[in-house]
Design a protein around this ligand. Structure first.
Ligand code: GRF
Length: 207
């Protein structure tokens, strides 16, 4: 559809951020975007069920089926390009993509990270780790960030951030949940909506 940007979401697990995107699209918040494809590297990812329920096309692409990461990335590229995707959202995607891949999609890949970058981010900071480290350090405020993906882990240009208070007695799990509810599920759909509007606007200028 010419007046909508086509979005692919890459996932590995629960898919609550994917769900937030699906809900935002349904609610009309993502008015210039369409979630057109969900790619998972894990067959058992709950995110796949969420996508199927929403009628979104899914694909399971596993590095081991393509002889490793390089073959996997080629397969992703082939699929993504065949679907005319304008924006790729990494939403709980656990594979670190190669420099070649991210350069190929320069400023077309965004990621959601559960901390206020540059705190608690980079290699190894996935799952509960950012929250464990935030609690260890004793910060009173943490949050989430949406950023463009470049060759440095969590190092690309920041698009949006939202702060979340750490509370007395927090565990990594309670903090993770609060960061999701109060930050991730809000800022990711807003960022996607904004980028989709810009993509469509730029496309309309060109014709
Ligand atoms: C989220 O905390 C996200 O910030 C991080 O991985 C987690 C994915 O959760 N990158 P979900 O699969 O979206 O529920």
């Amino acid at each position: 559809m010419a007046d909508k940007a086509r979005v692919a979401v890459m996932v590995s697990s629960e898919g609550t951020n994917l769900q937030a995107l699906i809900d935002a699209q349904r609610a009309g918040l993502i008015d210039r975007g369409e979630i057109a494809l969900v790619i998972s590297n894990r067959e058992s990812a709950r995110a796949l069920q969420r996508a199927e329920k929403a009628g979104v096309e899914t694909a399971v692409l596993r590095p081991k089926d393509f002889g490793g990461q390089a073959g996997f990335e080629e397969a992703c590229k082939k699929l993504i390009d065949s679907k005319d995707i304008d924006l790729i959202v990494l939403a709980g995607f656990t594979i670190i993509l190669s420099r070649d891949f991210v350069n190929y999609y320069d400023h077309k890949i965004i990621n959601i990270h559960p901390s206020l970058i540059p705190a608690f981010c980079g290699d190894g900071y996935y799952g509960l780790v950012p929250h464990e480290e935030a609690l260890k350090r004793g910060v009173k405020v943490t949050g989430a960030s949406v950023h463009y993906v470049n060759e440095i882990a969590d190092g690309g240009e920041i698009i949006a951030q939202k702060a979340v208070n750490v509370e007395e007695g927090d565990t990594p799990e309670t903090l993770q949940r609060r960061v999701m509810e109060q930050a991730e599920w809000l800022i990711l759909p807003v960022a996607v909506a904004k980028i989709c509007r810009r993509i469509v606007k730029e496309r309309q200028k060109r014709v």
